[in-house]
Design a protein. Structure first.
Length: 70
């Protein structure tokens, strides 16, 4: 597995913004998925507003998307 680009975005929310990070390995990828999931649940419990987190792991020939919405 080569280097992966992570595009984390928070669409359709008041905190709409996009972050980019370089992921070096599978362990780091899993860590970011868990971190985003935890952040999603924290935001969901703090606010009644809609919460959306979208993670896109961009490989040279593929895109893997994780989408959390409540």
């Amino acid at each position: 597995m080569g280097v992966i680009l992570l595009k984390a975005s928070y669409p359709d929310t008041s905190q709409e913004h996009t972050e980019y990070k370089i992921i070096q390995n599978e362990c780091e990828k899993v860590r970011y998925i868990n971190q985003a999931r935890n952040e999603f649940y924290k935001r969901m419990h703090r606010s009644d507003d809609e919460q959306v987190i979208k993670l896109e792991f961009i490989y040279p020939d593929d895109v893997e998307t994780h989408y959390y919405k409540a």
